[in-house]
Design a protein around this ligand. Structure first.
Ligand code: ADP
Ligand code: ADP
Length: 221
């Protein structure tokens, strides 16, 4: 499927399952998984200036300013390993980011192949974010009830699980509002460009993954 350059965007509210799907889809397609949230958290762990700037916004559930986010993402996609295509998870999140991405890909003679909206209700989102935990060692994401870590795992065992600061209730409410105000307009943006597809996100991760792969196959022929 990836003989041609594919630039795929996973769109959806926080907690829709973008990260979960991106990891398994990247493995199956060979596309490079790029998560701006992961990039900011990595900067924070490495103690960079960008990391501490991003933290002031992330902790409140606000978006990191467009100029900073766009610069970081465009630098990343200009590298050699992104030439064969990417799977964007959590970017773009504003119309300004979407326009900057279109422009940058256009300059390389490329374009977005498809944007897949992972459709999940607000009630389900709240359940998912409330139980999201990740492994302190490797960063793999689990859910306390829907996808619990295995007791016998050498790395991702229960005691090694941490909750993100922005998955606490006050930040969750704000993030859903920020999604509705700033990110949801991207659904119309990509629909107008005839680049929108959607999958039902309220199925098992495996079933969502199959539908996602089918959506990618539909545009890669
Ligand atoms: P989630 O998986 O819940 O959607 P992410 O890991 O994608 O969360 O993002 C966590 C936080 O990082 C966001 O709430 C925001 O503060 C910041 N962030 C991530 N991506 C972007 C982006 N494209 N633009 C601005 N801020 C971003
Ligand atoms: P996002 O990157 O969109 O914020 P995640 O992939 O981090 O979302 O998923 C949010 C939480 O929901 C995680 O705890 C994850 O294990 C869980 N999750 C993801 N997909 C599903 C699914 N299809 N059914 C139930 N729980 C899921």
């Amino acid at each position: 499927m990836t003989d041609q350059t594919m630039y795929v965007i996973l769109l959806g509210p926080p907690g829709a399952g973008k990260g979960t799907q991106a990891v398994q889809t990247a493995e199956r397609t060979g596309l490079l998984h790029l998560s701006t949230g992961d990039m900011f958290r990595e900067n924070l762990r490495n103690g960079t200036e960008l990391g501490s700037l991003a933290k002031t916004f992330m902790d409140k559930g606000e978006l990191v300013p467009d100029d900073v986010t766009i610069r970081m993402l465009l630098e990343r996609i200009s590298r050699e390993d992104a030439r064969a295509g990417c799977l964007f998870d959590g970017f773009p999140r504003t119309v300004e980011q979407a326009r900057a991405l279109d422009e940058a890909l256009g300059e390389q003679g490329n374009e977005i192949t498809v944007t897949v909206l992972i459709d999940v209700s607000d009630e389900e989102i709240t359940r998912r974010l409330g139980g999201r935990v990740s492994c302190a060692s490797c960063g793999s994401v689990f859910h306390e009830i829907f996808n619990p870590p295995k007791a016998e795992s050498p790395c991702c065992d229960q005691v090694n699980m941490i909750q993100r600061d922005d998955d606490k209730p006050a930040a969750i409410a704000n993030r859903l509002q920020v999604y509705a105000d700033q990110t949801e307009p991207l659904v119309a943006y990509y629909r107008q460009a005839d680049k929108l597809s959607s999958v039902n996100g309220e199925q098992s991760p495996q079933a969502v993954g199959e539908d996602l792969l089918a959506a990618l196959q539909a545009v890669s022929d």
